[in-house]
Design a protein around this ligand. Structure first.
Ligand code: ADP
Length: 250
């Protein structure tokens, strides 16, 4: 279980996150939606400590981090926490000079200190899982965006994280490549992986999410199961956002 209490993030005078409270049950998929600039990516990056929150507490299993009052989180605590929160980036962020297999092995060997053969076996298994067994020896530039993203997912999973965080994982992809990536994510959700997904793919949100979080102007304006958000919301801001999306896709 992940518990987020009163999470704030400020850049100078500008407060992007204004007190986020959220509990994520183990094995659940939480989809984060909301207008551009509302703080979705910042929220996700705070969960991975790519951004250090200004205030608040995040508890993940037996690790608890409290931010604020100029407190610094010790480097070793940050590294341990980051390992538990695997990040999948919009722009894949693979190492260009390494093959798909090496990309999936890298963190296992350098951070987790796994023996190379163990890491290689796990990397192969994960590449097979994301449908890329035959592409293990390819470099990122030889792969499509969708394939690179699936390597990115395998790489994140290789660290055995407690939760996978996805930051708009399909928004840089050509439309015909989106399906393969979403299918892998859907399989992971079914298998009980805990996931937090920032996405504009409303079909994915409807069909895969256990909980949908609607973030607007740095706060959770509404949260609930997909049926509540997409079919029965009475929240004015949610309605406006969803109507705008429908308008754009017409
Ligand atoms: P979303 O993912 O919902 O589009 P973001 O979390 O990317 O929103 O950004 C929320 C707001 O925070 C935006 O106004 C953005 O300009 C601002 N912001 C994000 N990162 C920084 C930063 N490093 N410094 C200053 N402002 C930032």
């Amino acid at each position: 279980m992940i518990e987020i209490v009163n999470l704030h993030k400020r850049y100078g005078q500008f407060e992007v996150l204004k007190g986020i409270n959220l509990t994520i049950e183990r094995g659940n998929t939480v989809v984060v939606i909301g207008p551009s600039g509302s703080g979705k990516t910042t929220f996700l990056r705070c969960l991975n400590l790519l951004e250090i929150p200004t205030e608040g507490t995040i508890t993940l299993g037996n690790q608890q981090l409290t931010f604020g009052d100029g407190k610094r989180i010790a480097e070793d605590k940050q590294i341990a926490f980051r390992q538990q929160t695997g990040m999948v980036f919009q722009s894949y962020n693979l190492f260009p000079h390494m093959t798909a297999l090496e990309n999936v092995m890298e963190g296992q060997v350098t951070v987790l200190k796994r023996p190379k053969e163990t890491a290689r076996k796990k990397a192969f298994d994960l590449l097979e899982k994301v449908g890329l067994k035959d592409w293990a020896g390819m470099y990122p530039h030889q792969l499509s965006g969708g394939q690179q993203q699936r390597v990115g997912i395998a790489r994140a999973m290789a660290m055995d994280p407690a939760v996978l965080l996805f930051d708009e994982p399909t928004s840089a992809l050509d439309p015909e490549l989106v399906g393969d990536v979403l299918r892998v994510m859907k399989d992971l959700a079914r298998e009980g992986m805990t996931m937090v997904v920032v996405t504009h793919e409303m079909n994915f949100a409807r069909h895969v999410a256990d909980q949908v979080i609607f973030i607007d102007q740095g706060v959770i304006a509404e949260q609930g199961p997909p049926e509540q958000i997409f079919e029965h919301t009475k929240n004015e801001r949610t309605l406006q956002f969803l109507n705008k999306l429908t308008g754009e896709s017409l």
